[in-house]
Each structure stands twice: as C-alpha cells, then as structure tokens.
Design a protein around this ligand. Structure first.
Ligand SMILES: Nc1ncnc2c1ncn2[C@@H]1O[C@H](COP(=O)(O)OP(=O)(O)OP(=O)(O)O)[C@@H](O)[C@H]1O
Length: 467
C-alpha cells in the first residue's frame, strides 16, 4: 500500500514537471500605496504557523508576543517554504528588495519593498483562487484570535461594558456524562466549519444552545468552556437591565462576530409577556417594553444576522417554564441537560481534583451513586474534593456519606430567596426536584410575580431532571 502510494506520488511529480507554473505576488502595501495590505499580514502569520517551518532548510526568524505562551516563526528575507492544500503543492517566498531611491535618501522612511510570492501549477489555479487564499486568511485569523486577549461584556442600560475574559473552565476540567463533551465539541466544530453550508442554505450562521438542569451542575462552567474552546468573546446579557425591545436590538447590533451571547436563568430574569398578551414592543398601556416577541426576534429575527458566527446560549433550572417558541430548533438548536453527578463524571472529578484514577472505595461509590435515592450536584462534590485535596481517603469517605444522607424537603430557613404570591406572602416551598412535580408546577402557575431564583440544597432526592 505504501509502495503504491509512493509510486503514485512520484508519477504525479514527474507528470507535473511538464506543467507550467504560476506566480501570484502579494505586496505589503495595497494597490496605489493606500495603506497596508491585510492579506500580506495574514500570510506572514500563516506561513509562520506551518508545520513545515520546523523541517524547512529556510532561515527563520523566531519571536514571542508579549504574554504569549507559544513561540512564533516568520520567514527570513528571500527564503521559501512549502505548503499543501487539498492535495495541491504550493510554495511561498518572502521577497524583500531594497528600494532604488532609498539607498542615498535619508528621508525615505521604509527602505525595503516587501511581498510574498505564491508559486503553484497553473492547472491548480481553480483550487488556489480563492479557496486556498481564503484558507490562509481563516487560519491566520484563528491564530491571532487565540493569541489575543478575549473579553467578557455585560450590558448596562443600552451599552456593553468590557472586562477581560480569562475563565479557566475547559472541556477537560468539566465532569460531564459519558460522551457529552465529545458530542458538544463535534457540534461546535461542525458549526465553526459551516460557513459555506449556512450561506448556501440561506441561514444565518449562528447556533443556539439551551443548558438546563439543577443549580450547581455546571451550566455556567460549560458556557466558559465553550467560549474557551471556540476562542470567542462572551456577551453576558442581563435582561433585567434591558428596558425595551429597541434597546435589545441595539445591544445585539453592537455585538461582534465570533462571540457567545449568554442569557442565564432565562426563566427568572424578567417576566416576558407572551405574544398573545401584548402587541409587538408595547404593553396594554401602549408604552414600550421588553416582550417575548422582542426576545424571539433577538435570537432569530432579521437583526440576528447582523454578525456572523455567533452562539446564543440560554440557561435555566426549569426548562418547562420556557415558552416553546423560544425552544424550537433554529432558536435553541441543541438542548443540553446538565444533571446530578454520575459515577462517570465523579471519576473525572476525582482525577482532576485528587489526581487518582482508581481507588478501593470506587466500587462502593459506584454502587451508591447508582442505587441511592439521593442525588448530589457536581458543585457539592467539587466542594468536598477541594476541602480534602490532600487526603483522597477522607474525600471519598465524605462523598460516600453525602450519597447516604437523604435530604428531601427544604426548610424555609434554607431558602435564600422565596417564592412570593400576589399578596407578597412567603410560601413554604417544596423542592421541585424532589418529586412533587405537580405541587411545584401549580405553585409556579399560580404565581404572577417574576421568579426570582432559588437556592437549592446540594443533596436532593432523585428528580425529573434524571429523566
Ligand atoms: N460538571 C461539573 N464539572 C466540574 N465542576 C463542576 C461541574 N458542575 C459544577 N461544578 C463546580 O461547581 C461550581 C458551580 O458550577 P456552575 O456555576 O457552573 O453551576 P450552574 O449549573 O451554572 O449553577 P446555577 O444554575 O446556580 O448558576 C463551579 O465553580 C465548578 O467548580
């Protein structure tokens, strides 16, 4: 098989010797000397990233950006380097020529004329132009994004306020159910490579994820992991600070491409009027306000296409409270349940926090996690493991105890934020994850006030989230 392949490559090479070659020159300056040529800069970044740079005979320059972890390369003057794309062989030369008039002229600022020359066989020009050059631009943009600072934006009455984003969460640090990380990453990869697909099918290049499940199961951490995986900026949209649909639209227009737009706890941030209740953008008194229609348009309307390659991520503890219109494919394309800790997820956490892959207590823990009526959140497990990071034995014993401690009703004292009925009287709350689904649903349907958020205990009885 290898010999066959070698022969066919040799034949290809010999055959191609007779083929005439073509050259394209990319100058440092744009035509007419109007500023710098962006493509020239991108080629410089791309060429320095080529793996062939490590094996080339060409002289390289080596440098490191401020605060960058990796070393970068660039081609020395008048050196060449090979590359291949889609089975086509090309070579790049970095041409640097001294300007004629610069030698004796001290007032001529830049004394050299720089360009990249791309060589390839004439018959491959359909592949090179524009597909290969598009590939060069995309790779270089990805490299630059990875090495540059990313930002977390929060909205404050119509404007985005910027802070640097450096959340450490990754798919490796998260303990998820078996295969979940791989499924999400595959979906993100398909999305990221899908520009042509989305455009060909007349769709906005965006994707929506709904993350749902009890508190402390990793929804916020997963958002950070997704943003880090994609190297995207994050826009954290606080709906309570949006006064009306016009402001929501304005905020959307201000977001950049390659970003994640997050709305956390969508079920409790504001009370959005249903579409039947209110005319677009106005309430019954006719004043402008934020409506469900406004939010639907935000995710899927004409304005949602104003920036490319964007992810919309909504989170909730109670999926059933969200209007189905918001959940339909095209708005929330993938619904991801983050639930209580499974044994698979626990093993990941034990490895991450304690550095152990196996332990004599694992069998007992597995049995307990599978059979116990008690459910424990990853946040609670994380807390136990952090506290006992120097003593794995102790940590595992505590985790075991947690699964053997049955707590199923939340006392009013333990609820930091209570449901309030119309008369503002606190109600005794039965933890909705414990099993009395009907009671909790009725309680929510009756309540006309916005749901303010609920702190649940770390340990709960088995719940509907498990289904
Ligand atoms: N699946 C997980 N894997 C690893 N750590 C986790 C996981 N879930 C939660 N944690 C830990 O618990 C802490 C809280 O998690 P996180 O804020 O992501 O939960 P959440 O589901 O967003 O909670 P809430 O619904 O209350 O906002 C995190 O800092 C993280 O350390």
């Amino acid at each position: 098989q290898y010999i066959d392949r070698g022969l066919s490559m040799l034949w290809e090479r010999l055959f191609r010797c007779g083929d005439s070659s073509m050259e394209i020159e990319v100058d440092e300056r744009a035509a007419g000397n109007h500023g710098l040529n962006e493509l020239y800069r991108q080629i410089g970044v791309y060429v320095g990233s080529l793996r062939s740079a490590l094996n080339t005979q060409a002289r390289l320059k080596v440098y490191r950006w401020v605060d960058a972890a990796a070393i970068s390369f660039s081609l020395h003057d008048n050196e060449s380097i090979d590359d291949s794309f889609d089975g086509v062989h090309v070579s790049w030369t970095h041409c640097v020529m001294e300007k004629e008039n610069a030698r004796n002229n001290p007032f001529c600022g830049d004394s050299a004329q720089r360009s990249f020359t791309l060589r390839f066989l004439k018959r491959d020009r359909e592949i090179i132009l524009p597909a290969y050059l598009d590939h060069v631009s995309k790779v270089s943009a990805d490299i630059e994004r990875k090495s540059s600072q990313r930002f977390l934006y929060t909205n404050n009455y119509g404007n985005w306020e910027e802070a640097s984003f450096s959340h450490p969460s990754t798919f490796d640090s998260l303990a998820l159910d078996l295969g979940m990380a791989e499924r999400i990453k595959a979906d993100l990869d398909t999305f990221s490579n899908g520009k042509t697909f989305y455009h060909r099918n007349g769709r906005a290049w965006k994707r929506g994820y709904l993350l749902y499940g009890p508190p402390g199961t990793g929804k916020s951490s997963l958002i950070a992991a997704i943003a880090n995986y994609m190297q995207f900026d994050v826009y954290d949209l606080e709906l309570t600070k949006v006064s009306d649909n016009a402001e929501l639209k304005s905020l959307l227009i201000q977001t950049s491409a390659k970003s994640v737009i997050v709305v956390e706890d969508i079920d409790c941030s504001v009370k959005l009027s249903n579409r039947e209740d209110a005319k677009e953008g106005t309430d019954r008194q006719g004043s402008s306000k934020l409506t469900l229609s406004g939010l639907l348009n935000f995710v899927d309307g004409l304005w949602s296409c104003s920036g490319e390659e964007r992810l919309f991520i909504f989170t909730t503890n109670f999926k059933e409270r969200i209007d189905p219109a918001l959940l339909r494919p095209g708005r929330m394309d993938m619904h991801i349940l983050l639930s209580y800790c499974t044994f698979h997820a626990f093993k990941k956490m034990a490895n991450n926090y304690l550095g152990i892959q196996d332990h004599p207590k694992f069998l007992e823990l597995q049995e307990s996690m599978t059979k116990s009526s008690v459910q424990v959140t990853p946040a609670a497990i994380a807390e136990i493991l952090i506290r006992n990071q120097d003593s794995p034995d102790m940590a595992l014993s505590e985790v075991l105890t947690a699964f053997q401690t049955h707590v199923d009703i939340v006392d009013d004292e333990n609820i930091s934020t209570k449901h309030m009925d119309d008369e503002n009287t606190p109600r005794k709350h039965v933890d909705p994850t414990v099993g009395d689904e009907t009671a909790s649903k009725v309680s929510h349907q009756k309540s006309k006030r916005p749901y303010l958020g609920l702190k649940m205990p770390f340990f709960c009885g088995k719940s509907k989230h498990q289904d």
